[in-house]
Design a binder for this molecule. Structure first.
Ligand code: SF4
Length: 320
């Protein structure tokens, strides 16, 4: 059963960051403003998550969009426990050694029950990294997809997976065989920043798994995203877009990095809405079927509406 930890205990949440000096959190610019979370819909979503003993990335990562998303029932459930085995410097998910109870055989059923109760057209399922498991949690993803298909057959499913590094090809294949509608894995940043931003990951491995998904099932939509404002330059972002297109990725998301605590990676700069618009038009020019690039874009933000547009874009392309 997933354990819920005290979100206020920073030392407990990020033991690998405890020794780092604090860096001041910059004041957000006027274009990053979000609604207060509380609404009737928000409370209903929260209750369904609690009743089913589910963890969400919305809460664990401190997502700024939680008020808007939860008011519409759009919660992104996080499976495989709430403790991540990586130590990415941007991420607010708790890190450490997962507990013995954090691989819960009943979790897929509870996720499916919550999806049905929320009445979702489209759901995004993500997870922590589980380098302690031989398959990285792939079979648990597959079981969760199958459980949702049984309980909510009309709901389209998007998975936002870890990279299954060192798991062998079977792990990725198990998830693809379960046939999610969208396979999403985030590259997160430009390759030159991997050692400081995503030290446990490998850029070309992440890119390769997305390419491999398309090879395994050309009909499956693939999606990936990066954050900006971490210290990347524009040429680096353009190069990532080219790499993604070479891997045949359909959908690109770009959002502003926000620093969760003084122990996390510093915000290098706030990218303006005009720069986001310029990235968006460059990305469409490179051939992505769908692009979302705004300061508050997150992988799962407006994912249902975006999926409908993604499907329409593919149909239009096939018809042209
Ligand atoms: S953008 Fe995604 S992670 Fe953030 S609140 Fe919405 S569904 Fe949750």
């Amino acid at each position: 059963m997933a354990q819920t930890r005290d979100l206020s205990d920073k030392a407990q949440r990020h033991p690998e960051k405890a020794h780092k000096p604090d860096t001041p959190i910059l004041r957000k610019p006027s274009w990053i403003r979000v609604k207060a979370p509380i609404s009737e819909g928000y409370n209903r979503t929260r209750k369904i998550m609690r009743d089913n003993n589910l963890t969400t990335v919305c809460e664990e990562a401190g997502c700024p969009n939680v008020g808007e998303c939860w008011s519409q029932g759009h919660a992104t459930m996080m499976i495989l426990g709430d403790i991540c085995t990586r130590g990415c410097t941007f991420c607010n998910i708790a890190t450490g050694k997962p507990t013995a109870t954090s691989l819960d055989a009943f979790e897929p059923g509870r996720v499916a029950a919550a999806v049905a109760k929320l009445g979702l057209k489209h759901v995004v399922i993500t997870s922590v990294d589980r380098d302690d498991l031989k398959d990285g949690g792939a079979e648990h993803f597959a079981q969760t997809i199958r459980a949702i298909r049984r309980k909510a057959p009309d709901t389209t499913i998007e998975v936002l997976t870890p990279d299954f590094l060192n798991c062998g090809p079977e792990a990725l294949e198990a998830v693809v065989e379960a046939k999610p509608d969208v396979f999403n894995h985030n590259l997160e940043t430009v390759p030159s920043l991997y050692p400081t931003v995503r030290p446990g990951a490998r850029y070309f491995h992440s890119l390769r798994i997305l390419q491999r998904v398309k090879e395994l099932d050309p009909s499956m939509f693939t999606k990936s995203g990066i954050m900006v404002g971490l210290g990347e330059d524009k040429q680096g972002v353009q190069q990532v877009m080219d790499d993604m297109r070479a891997a045949d990725i359909d959908f690109l998301t770009i959002g502003q990095y926000l620093q969760p605590t003084p122990k996390h990676h510093i915000v290098d700069r706030f990218v303006t809405p005009e720069e986001f618009a310029s990235y968006q038009s460059a990305a469409y020019g490179k051939g992505f079927l769908m692009v979302s690039a705004t300061p508050l874009t997150r992988s799962s933000y407006h994912a249902g509406d975006d999926f409908a547009q993604l499907r329409a874009a593919r149909l239009a392309k096939l018809g042209s």
